[in-house]
Design a protein around this ligand. Structure first.
Ligand code: CP
Ligand code: NVA
Length: 305
């Protein structure tokens, strides 16, 4: 297979076949957690994070360890980057030590600059713009539940944030319908919507929530307050997003077999109620588990031998 890039930064930069191969590799590794135990033998990684994480950090550390590699977690603020050392110098130095760098960064452009100067693969572990590893785990969860991705009708409800952006990027490759209910004030990134326009994906954004969920196989939301958000406008945002809460009334209007996804962490009682996140149609813990399996496949895809 010919790959476009050994980095894993944004989903729309891949060929669909690459992502399908990563998903099936993740499924195989889930079926046999002991497989590929030596795949990353003698390889080492850095996790360079400027924001908190539970799932991403642990699932990457475990994925690398279970594949036989080693990793070092670096809190960006305790490195010289935090004191103003340039991204270029940091990338050039760190990439001489390890075989890959997994970055969680507030500024997507900084991650791009880092990758421009790195001689080893860079994996995006969330930026203000996108969260590709998460959407790969979500796609794997949908495939497990429905046996397909392409024919699904996916509903996004709420903030047009980094996770919403990544669903839009994924819609340029897969044939699922993406119906999004997002208030005008919190639309997804204009740059990402422009990419979609050129790629012919089946995406519709409106403020008509009932319309968005009426044929949904899957209803997805995320926090109304991402780690990057401006905390000053909290009360205004709550007021605007109030009607976009995923609760029992909303779910009752969706098809009876529709499932619920949320990347977590959730703000229970805000974007979603306990009655939905804890119900049998919620797949949030399966989604979180799948981070581990699909990230093993992403690491394998990005490895340079
Ligand atoms: N979903 C996700 O990326 O969670 P963490 O912030 O805990 O890594
Ligand atoms: N949109 C959220 C996702 C957290 C995993 C954030 O950026 O904080």
């Amino acid at each position: 297979m010919e790959y476009l890039s050994k980095n894993f930064i944004n989903l729309h930069e891949f060929k669909k076949a690459d992502l399908i191969e990563i998903l099936s590799s993740g499924e195989k590794m889930k079926a046999n957690r002991n497989s590929d135990r030596n795949f990353l033998n003698n390889k080492s990684y850095i996790l360079l994070f400027d924001k908190p994480s539970t799932r991403t950090r642990i699932s990457f550390e475990l994925a690398i360890t279970e594949l036989g590699g080693s990793c070092i977690y670096l809190d960006m603020s305790t490195t010289q980057l935090g004191r103003g050392e340039s991204i270029k110098d940091t990338a050039k130095v760190l990439s001489r030590y390890v075989d890959g760098i997994i970055i969680r960064n507030s500024n997507h452009q900084d991650l791009i600059e880092f990758s421009d100067h790195s001689s080893v693969p860079i994996i995006n572990a969330l930026t203000n713009e996108s969260h590709p590893c998460q959407i790969m785990a979500d796609l794997m969860t949908l495939k497990e539940r429905f046996g397909t991705i392409d024919s699904l009708n996916i509903a996004w409800i709420g903030d047009g944030n980094n996770v919403a952006n990544t669903w839009i990027q994924a819609s340029t490759l897969f044939n699922f319908k993406l119906n999004m209910a997002i208030p005008n004030e919190y639309m997804p990134s204009r740059a990402i919507l422009d990419i979609v326009k050129k790629k012919n994906s089946k995406i519709n954004i409106s403020q008509n929530i009932d319309d968005v969920i009426k044929d949904a196989n899957c209803i997805i939301t995320d926090t109304w307050f991402s780690m990057n958000d401006d905390k000053d406008e909290k009360s205004k945002k709550i007021q605007i997003l109030n009607d976009y809460q995923v609760n029992s009334d909303l779910f009752a209007k969706a098809p009876v077999d529709a499932i619920f996804l949320h990347c977590l962490p959730a703000h229970r009682g805000q974007e979603v109620t306990d009655s939905i996140i804890d119900c049998e149609r919620s797949f949030v813990y399966q989604q979180a588990e799948n981070r581990l399996h699909v990230q093993k496949a992403i690491l394998k895809h990005c490895v340079i031998n």
